[in-house]
Design a protein around this ligand. Structure first.
Ligand SMILES: [Cu+2]
Length: 431
């Protein structure tokens, strides 16, 4: 390396370090790897905007003789899916889902995997180009990792993009229990891919019988908790953006059975990449909803020029409910008069619900069994938000918002009761 290259590199590292700090603080993200983990010339990641995985931490790493070394620990984890709902799942490094692995194209990575589960496991690096013996399909590419043992994976990253990792041993059980994570590879030369905010959301689905804490791996159809980064709304951390920033959101789906059409309000965006790589600019297409099939990723990008608190959610309405929205009888249009009194003789306090629709059920304070959550919602600036599950909020504010901030609308820009004189002027009859 020439002296000039060295100077340029340390300048880039310094600038990257400042950026990392600013983003980390603004997003409430964990601190970047400690200075002790970094060697001049080896920590190429600092020259890239770090990816932010809401509700999830990044996996720490260190450089040993030029190789980026990680340690994943597969183990049982108690995890909160949403306020009031905890599960006894399986994850990595004390987390469900696992921490995000972040690296740079060209990195040599060595990933130790320790198995603290009661059964064997393996890790498949989904979408990553690597030698066949590192691909992680137990029985096909390697022996399964027995409980108590640590295996070593090592390969050089030949590509960049949005990828994932998950077991390929008893995957139906292990993925249903929460075992999955993101593997983000930044381009070596990031100039053509610059954004100001880089988010990643891992989509998954669960069956948690009401009142229990064990995910049910046997479920094939009726999932009742839908999550982004292992959290269901109102437990999802919002995406915080300053107005005018260019934003990338990496959407990754490792659900058991469901493809998710993810819809962003307030914007049209470009689909810029899949887990197969970048889409050339001439082939990128505009969308407001992008379907993310199981086992795929889609990167979307947009300029956040319109301020507000914008919904980002799966458009399948049954993926916007939590547990108690499932398996309920259809009462819409029924006349409950007389019924309530009869049932109250046996069940004091009984009240028929749902005969006028189900809006606002989240606010009725219906008692729910221990360790379970109501079907709908969280609190917003205008009252109850009647959505849950695979739902989060992109907060685009004139100055970078805090998680609890709500957009302050300019006067006259919020829908409100129509004034009488307007109705008269415009000839609208409401009777
Ligand atoms: Cu969905």
């Amino acid at each position: 390396m020439t002296r000039r290259q060295m100077l340029a590199r340390s300048a880039a590292v310094f600038a990257g370090g400042v950026l990392l700090k600013e983003v980390g603080e603004a997003q409430g993200a964990p601190p970047p790897p400690s200075a002790g983990n970094q060697r001049p010339g080896a920590d190429a990641i600092n020259r890239h905007l770090p990816v932010h995985t809401p509700n999830v931490e990044n996996l720490p790493w260190k450089i040993v003789d030029g190789v980026k070394v990680f340690h994943l620990i597969a183990e049982p984890v108690r995890h909160e899916l949403a306020p009031g709902l905890r599960v006894d799942g399986w994850g990595y490094n004390g987390r469900v889902h696992g921490p995000t692995i972040e690296a740079v194209e060209g990195d040599r990575v060595r990933i130790y995997v320790t198995n603290r589960l009661p059964e064997p496991t393996s890790v498949h690096w989904h979408g990553i180009l690597l030698p066949n013996g590192m691909d992680g399909v137990a029985g096909l590419n390697q022996r399964p990792i027995p409980p108590g043992e640590t295996y070593r994976y090592e390969f050089t990253l030949r590509q960049h993009g949005t990828h994932m990792y998950h077991p390929h041993f008893d995957e139906m059980t292990q993925m249903a229990m929460g075992m999955m994570g993101l593997f983000i590879i930044h381009p070596r030369d990031s100039r053509a891919y610059r954004v100001d905010q880089d988010f990643a959301l891992l989509l998954s689905e669960w069956k948690i019988q009401v009142g229990t804490s064990r995910p049910d791996p046997g479920e094939m159809v009726d999932f009742n908790i839908l999550t982004m980064n292992g959290r269901a709304f109102p437990g999802t951390e919002p995406l915080l953006v300053r107005q005018g920033e260019k934003v990338r959101i990496r959407l990754v789906n490792l659900s058991a059975m469901s493809h998710h059409p993810i819809h962003l309000h307030g914007y049209k965006f470009l689909v810029t990449a899949t887990d197969g790589g970048k889409i050339p600019p001439s082939a990128q297409w505009p969308e407001t909803t992008v379907l993310v099939p199981v086992g795929s990723s889609r990167d979307i990008e947009f300029n956040a020029d319109e301020p507000g608190d914008w919904a980002l959610h799966c458009h399948m309405t049954h993926h916007l409910m939590n547990q108690m929205g499932h398996d309920i009888p259809n009462m819409i249009g029924m006349d409950p008069s007389g019924l309530d009194e009869k049932i109250q003789r046996f069940l004091p306090g009984y009240m028929t619900m749902g005969h006028t629709g189900m809006g606002g059920m989240g606010t009725m304070g219906m008692p729910v069994p221990r360790n379970s959550i109501p079907m709908l919602g969280g609190e917003g600036p205008f009252g109850h938000i009647d959505m849950a599950g695979m739902f989060t909020i992109v907060k685009v504010h004139p100055t970078r918002p805090a998680p609890d901030d709500w957009y302050e609308h300019p006067p006259g820009t919020v829908a409100e009761p129509a004034p009488e004189q307007d109705l008269r002027r415009d000839g609208i009859k409401t009777g």
